[in-house]
Design a protein around this ligand. Structure first.
Ligand SMILES: C[S@@+](CC[C@H](N)C(=O)[O-])C[C@H]1O[C@@H](n2cnc3c(N)ncnc32)[C@H](O)[C@@H]1O
Length: 283
């Protein structure tokens, strides 16, 4: 990330969610002007203008459809975890995620949004006009490269005695292996039995070996935004990492599975298809 600035990728993914079907009505409020207000107008387009929505889907190189599918998949897993007894949600690298403001299933859940201080400060400023639907909402500033997430959460009142659901969405690809391992250690330390971790990760072969040019362009794009891809893992490595910290794998799904019958969305999302969603449960 560039010093002193909110994460660009966090803004990009929130903008993509705003452009997607109905993925996130809160995103325009969480983004700066003129982008936020423009996206609000976009979301209020009349039904006859809906065909226009295909334009950003085609122009975003897969981002809009990928984020639409990923958001819906994680929302489903989150509801499942809450139904199974989680009473706390921790969003690690929360960015401009609007779940605390848009999901009714969080009404009896305490939410902690953990992020880098630069992104967290921007989020708090912009979210001032939104009302949280969660039972409570606490912002925790942490640099995963330098600070312990476990002690920061303890200081902010996180309850480690009851099950927590952790969302670590779109963050591990940007972290070095030791920061991923240290954060997992902290998650495990504060996870009562039954806690769930919803972690997205990227496999090293980003777009498929058949498209080396596309792969190079994708890597160059992230690096030039100051957020190079550093933390790719093979599925067996990701599962082993979780298993070493006491998490059994419940599901490890791909974009094809998130898409279900939405075949156009799956095909448009190709440049980001290497991302998977691993759901672990603390034994
Ligand atoms: C791609 S964004 C994902 C945001 C959010 N999870 C979402 O899906 O909308 C990556 C997030 O990781 C955070 N991040 C990146 N490096 C970090 C670090 N070293 N410490 C704390 N947060 C970091 C950024 O601030 C940003 O919010």
């Amino acid at each position: 990330m560039k010093d002193g600035r909110a994460s660009f990728t966090a803004m990009a993914v929130a903008a993509a969610r705003a452009l997607a079907r109905d993925a996130d009505p809160t995103a325009p409020s969480l983004l700066p002007a003129p982008l936020g207000p423009a996206l609000r107008r976009w979301q209020s387009l009349p039904p006859w203008a809906r065909a226009l929505r295909l334009a950003p889907r085609l122009a975003s190189a897969g981002l809009v459809d990928h984020l639409d599918l990923r958001t819906a998949a994680i929302d489903r897993e989150l509801r499942d975890a809450v139904d199974a007894g989680a009473c706390t949600l921790v969003l690690l690298g929360a960015g401009f995620d609007g779940r605390a403001y848009r999901l009714e299933c969080l009404r009896d859940v305490d939410v902690f949004e953990v992020d880098h201080p630069d992104t967290s400060a921007a989020k708090r400023r912009r979210a001032a006009g939104l009302t949280a639907r969660s039972r409570s909402l606490v912002h925790v500033e942490v640099d995963f490269d330098r600070t312990s997430v476990a002690s920061a959460l303890a200081e902010h009142g996180h309850d480690a005695a009851h099950p927590t659901v952790w969302i670590w969405e779109g963050v591990t690809p940007y972290l070095p292996a030791d920061a991923i391992a240290a954060t997992l250690e902290a998650i495990a330390d504060r996870s009562a039995a039954g806690s769930r971790l919803l972690m997205t990760y990227a496999v090293p072969d980003l777009v498929g070996r058949s498209a080396p040019v596309l792969e190079a362009v994708v890597r160059w794009g992230f690096a030039s935004l100051g957020e190079p891809l550093r933390g790719a893992m093979e599925p067996h490595e990701a599962r082993a990492l979780l298993a070493r910290r006491g998490f059994s794998t419940l599901r490890d799904t791909t974009a094809r599975q998130w898409a279900g019958s939405r075949r156009l969305a799956f095909h448009l999302a190709r440049p980001l298809r290497a991302e998977r969603l691993l759901v672990g449960q603390m034994r």
